[in-house]
Design a protein around this ligand. Structure first.
Ligand SMILES: C[S@@+](CC[C@H](N)C(=O)[O-])C[C@H]1O[C@@H](n2cnc3c(N)ncnc32)[C@H](O)[C@@H]1O
Length: 222
């Protein structure tokens, strides 16, 4: 079998060709573009997860918070791993895809906006905000309808949706952008109907009126 070098000459030995492609992919994976985009991704992940944990400890007290408040599930870790594989594959074989800086910077803006909305929700709801959905009414649990909850009923889900899709837009990952949009949207659509079932039980007509007048904050979820 004959092999062609990048200029189209026939070469006998495939080793130089393999070395050529290996060094090309090595230089793309460690290019300025990838270092910037992967560092932004790493910082976004570290900031999001540690701030979720720190806020939970500050609001509920260290004895009431477990490592689950870092919000790193198996499915979530798998999705992030798949998105990293997509990034490394594309930057190796189609490096030009990652050079759309206006797309990447728009993703960065989505990450920041998503963080602000989510953290505004946590700080506004305080004790009423728990990472696990409450299925029995506790005394300190008050209905929150002020601040960012005046604008939408589920600001923390809206913020997370924007943040998570933003991470993929920032990486210029088309497949993971669509995958994150669909998976995260479906997850929240189901969670909202489950969560609101209990909120109606806890707060009755007060919650029903609130839900009638304020949008969910998650697109296409009533
Ligand atoms: C992870 S928090 C999410 C809160 C809200 N869905 C959001 O996106 O900002 C889930 C907990 O918040 C509580 N919760 C949701 N909306 C609330 C509201 N308007 N007032 C008080 N508690 C609320 C639920 O009962 C649940 O235990």
């Amino acid at each position: 079998m004959q092999f062609l070098d990048p200029l189209g000459f026939v070469i006998e030995n495939r080793l130089p060709l393999l070395i050529h492609y290996a060094s090309a992919s090595f230089s793309e994976i460690f290019s300025d573009t990838s270092i910037r985009q992967l560092s932004q991704m790493l910082l976004s992940l570290i900031f999001f997860h540690t701030s979720e944990y720190i806020l939970a400890v500050a609001i509920h007290g260290p004895s009431n918070v477990t490592l689950s408040s870092l919000l790193i599930s198996k499915h979530y870790a798998l999705a992030m791993l798949v998105s990293l594989l997509e990034y490394l594959t594309e930057i190796t074989f189609f490096p030009g895809m990652k050079q759309h800086w206006w797309v990447s910077n728009f993703g960065l803006v989505m990450i920041i906006v998503g963080e602000i909305i989510r953290k505004a929700a946590i700080i506004t709801a305080r004790e009423s905000f728990t990472h696990l959905i409450k299925i029995s009414h506790e005394e300190h649990h008050r209905l929150v309808t002020h601040g960012v909850y005046r604008l939408m009923r589920h600001p923390s889900y809206c913020g997370f949706l924007i943040w998570s899709v933003g991470t993929q837009v920032m990486l210029c990952n088309p497949i993971s952008t669509v995958m994150f949009m669909v998976v995260v949207w479906r997850f929240f659509a189901q969670r909202i109907s489950y969560e609101e079932h209990f909120l109606k039980q806890f707060f009755g007509v007060e919650y029903i009126e609130y839900a009638e007048n304020v949008a969910s904050g998650v697109p296409f979820v009533k």
